[in-house]
Write a protein that binds this ligand. Structure first.
Ligand SMILES: [Zn+2]
Ligand SMILES: [Zn+2]
Ligand SMILES: [Zn+2]
Length: 333
C-alpha cells in the first residue's frame, strides 16, 4: 500500500465505523433508544457488542492476507477487538466486560448509545470485568491511568490470580498505586449484582494460562440471559457441558477464533487451542436447531474463513442456524 493509500485507509476505518452509526451518530441514530422502547421485548438492560475480532484485531498489523486486505479496502469489513458493554439504561450506568486496545473507539460507541453529553466529566465505566491476561482483553486499562483519563478507584473485577498479575507487574501496578483502579476479586461460580437489573456469574474455563486463569460469564438481565465465552481451549477440556450451558441462556456468544484447521496449514490441530467453528457446529447443532438459544461466534481471527461474506464457511454457519457476531450488535436482556 502506498503512503497516501494507507492514510486514506485509516481515515476510512474511522469514517466507516462512524457510518455504521456508533462513533458520531447522526440525529437519526440518537433517537434509536426511544424507538426500541416501543418494542415488546424492551427491558432496561442492554448488552452491546463492542468488538468481535481476536486479540490482534482485523486487519491485523502488517498482514496482507485476503481478509486483512478486504478489511483495509472497506472499513465495513474491519472489526474491533472482542469485548462487551453492559448497560443499565434506567440508571445510565455502563460496565465493560474486558478492556481492549481499541477501547477509545469502543468507549465512544457506548457513550453515544447512552446519549451521554457531560462535557468536562470523565464518563468512565462504573466498573470493568476482566476475563484474562491476554493482550486483547486487559491492556485497554492503560487508558484509565495517569497518562490518559486518570480515573479514581475505578472498580476492576477479576480473579485473584489476574489481580496478582496486575499488582505485581508494571505498568499495571501503577494504576493500583495511584488509585486509578481498585481491584475486586471475583469468585468463580458465585453470582453477584452490578445493578438491581444486572447480575453476573463468572466461571473458569481452560485456556493458555501463562499469566492468569480465564473466565467466561453468564449475564442475567430482567428477562433474558447471555453466555459469553470468547476464549476457551476446547469444549471437551471444560468441566461443564457446553450443550447444557447454551440451553440455559437466550443468547450465547462463543469462541469462534478459527473456522477450521484448514486456515492454518501445517499446524497441529490438537495444538490450536480453540474449538473450531466446524466443531462447534457439530457439538451444538441440536441446540441451534431447537431455536430457543441464538448462538453467535465471536473473537474471530484474521485468518477465519467465515470472514468472507460470500464464502462457503459463512453459508454453512447460517444454514445450520448459527450466526456470526458483528460489532455494534445489541441484545436486550
Ligand atoms: Zn483472546
Ligand atoms: Zn490477515
Ligand atoms: Zn486468550
Amino acid at each position: 500500500m502506498k503512503k497516501m493509500e494507507r492514510r486514506n485507509f485509516f481515515k476510512a476505518l474511522l469514517g466507516g465505523a462512524a457510518s455504521m452509526g456508533f462513533i458520531h451518530p447522526s440525529r437519526k441514530s440518537r433517537i434509536f433508544p426511544e424507538v426500541l422502547l416501543n418494542t415488546p421485548n424492551e427491558t432496561g438492560v442492554l448488552v452491546q457488542i463492542l468488538g468481535t475480532a481476536q486479540d490482534g484485531g482485523l486487519p491485523q498489523i502488517g498482514c496482507y492476507c485476503k481478509n486483512c486486505l478486504r478489511a483495509r479496502k472497506n472499513a465495513r469489513y474491519s472489526r474491533l477487538i472482542s469485548s462487551l458493554a453492559l448497560l443499565d439504561l434506567q440508571e445510565k450506568k455502563y460496565f465493560l466486560l474486558d478492556a481492549t486496545p481499541d477501547i477509545r473507539l469502543q468507549s465512544d460507541m457506548i457513550l453515544d448509545r447512552l446519549m451521554v453529553e457531560k462535557r468536562g466529566k470523565k464518563n468512565a465505566p462504573h466498573a470493568i470485568l476482566l476475563t484474562h491476561a491476554h493482550i486483547g482483553h486487559y491492556t485497554g486499562l492503560m487508558f484509565y491511568g495517569y497518562e490518559a483519563m486518570s480515573t479514581q478507584r475505578l472498580p476492576v473485577h477479576c480473579t485473584s490470580r489476574m489481580g496478582r498479575f496486575l499488582s505485581e507487574n508494571g505498568p499495571w501496578n501503577q494504576l493500583i498505586r495511584l488509585k486509578n483502579i481498585s481491584l475486586h476479586t471475583l469468585l468463580p461460580g458465585k453470582e453477584f449484582s452490578l445493578t438491581p437489573r444486572i447480575s453476573l456469574t463468572p466461571f473458569l474455563v481452560p485456556h493458555r494460562d501463562e499469566y492468569s486463569d480465564t473466565l467466561g460469564f453468564r449475564i442475567s438481565g430482567e428477562k433474558r440471559k447471555l453466555l459469553y465465552i470468547p476464549d476457551i481451549q476446547s469444549w471437551k477440556a471444560w468441566n461443564r457441558s457446553i450443550v447444557e450451558e447454551t440451553e440455559r441462556v437466550d443468547v450465547a456468544l462463543l469462541d469462534g477464533t478459527f473456522y477450521s484447521s484448514e486456515e492454518l496449514p501445517g499446524r497441529d490441530i490438537s495444538k490450536i487451542g480453540h474449538p473450531t467453528i466446524k466443531t462447534s457446529l457439530k457439538t451444538l447443532g441440536r441446540v441451534a436447531k431447537k431455536g430457543k438459544t441464538q448462538i453467535y461466534f465471536t473473537h474471530l481471527n484474521h485468518t477465519n474463513l467465515a470472514l468472507d461474506p460470500e464464502g462457503d464457511a459463512r453459508k454453512e454457519i447460517t444454514d445450520r442456524g448459527f450466526r456470526l457476531a458483528s460489532d455494534g450488535k445489541e441484545f436486550f436482556l
